[in-house]
Ligand binder design. Structure first.
Ligand SMILES: [Fe+2]
Length: 126
């Protein structure tokens, strides 16, 4: 079996890639194409957010590097150093970035059961 070598990404050297939701961009750091699991930096501009209540098809974890990112119905606000865990299948959102926010986002499997309506590009839902 071919064993891959270790990999180092310097995230400051990566470009932010805009997603098909206004005000959201990301830097994909790692993805397992077989399971759909991934690790990415995501950035919401101030005032942006996920517009609808929704569920994920896997566990979602977020670590806030900077900003203020709020889950509107519950009033949960992630700030620098916050760790958020959203169990698979639990409904949440909409969300709102009270300030520009950068989060390390981890999914342990596929992101969504179906492509969410707020993405026009199916690649943005994975
Ligand atoms: Fe979500």
């Amino acid at each position: 079996m071919n064993v891959p070598e270790e990999i180092l990404l310097r995230t400051k050297d990566l470009e932010w890639v805009d997603k098909s939701l206004e005000g959201l961009s990301h830097k994909m750091l790692w993805r397992d194409e077989e399971t759909g699991a991934s690790i990415a930096l995501v950035r919401f501009q101030q005032g942006a957010g996920i517009p609808s209540r929704h569920e994920h098809a896997s566990n979602q974890f977020m670590y806030c590097l900077r900003g203020r990112y709020t889950y509107v119905p519950t009033g949960l606000t992630l700030t620098e150093g916050s760790f958020y865990w959203n169990p698979k299948g639990s409904a949440h959102g909409p969300t709102h970035a009270d300030e520009e926010s950068v989060l390390l986002e981890i999914y342990d499997g596929p992101h969504y059961p179906v492509q969410p309506s707020w993405y026009t590009n199916p690649d943005d839902a994975r």
